[in-house]
Design a binder for this molecule. Sequence first.
Ligand code: SF4
Length: 265
Amino acid sequence: MKVIKTKAKTIYTKSRIPGVDYGVNQYVGCQFACKYCYAKFICKWKPYGEWGTWVEVKINAPELARKRVYGEVVMSTISDPYQPIERELKLTRRTLEMMNKRNKISILTKSPLVVRDIDLFKLFNEIDVGLTINSFEGKEKQLIEPFTPSQKLRIDALKNLKERGVKNYAFVSPIIPGITDVEEIIRETKDIADYYFFEVLNLKVAGQKFRELLMENFPESYEIMVNDEKFWRFVKELIALIKRLNIRAEGVEVHRRGWELIEVK
Ligand code: SF4
């Protein structure tokens, strides 16, 4: 793993995500190296090699985090703030320490390391901490995201946040027909997740290599993803399932021709 230490000019980047004002990336790049990662487009501008083989560390991120910005801040958009290197560097922790505690902040990770910072989360007026849960196990996990922590560890982290009074959410993503078991995820997390956010795989942004992987190893899933009629039937069934399970869902994000957030009421 290549670690590149840099000094940045800013770590607050104006966000195009609806409802989000700024993205914060103290790291760029991610050791988890998920095959579908939507952030790998950044490789175009970084001369370090393939996605998942390098991490850029903004060593002055804590200092830059002092800057006053106003609005909702999301950590992170092109990295996982609790990827393995964070255990040693504590860069995310030091960045959070310096941030304005009055901003609304939303953190998203796949790592149970996040519970280390619960003491800090409690200092923020408004903070939501999410764990990505997608039920990938065995062969599926090996093919799609071999380096991420297990589902069990992520669910345990969600539980830990809940028990220690930190508002949490389960980010169920990416939902891939026939692979992501949404019903099982909800059954396992219903009593511990404060709310849910769902996202159906964005096949286009996942990239050509991932499309080939899906086509080769999960042809039925691929067929549903590329066939309009089958895709929308799948989404309709997914929404019916979420409604039936009676949970608080912030919506289902769908990428077809553009971005769409389908409300679940
Ligand atoms: S954990 Fe997130 S940022 Fe990291 S590789 Fe996976 S999808 Fe990308």
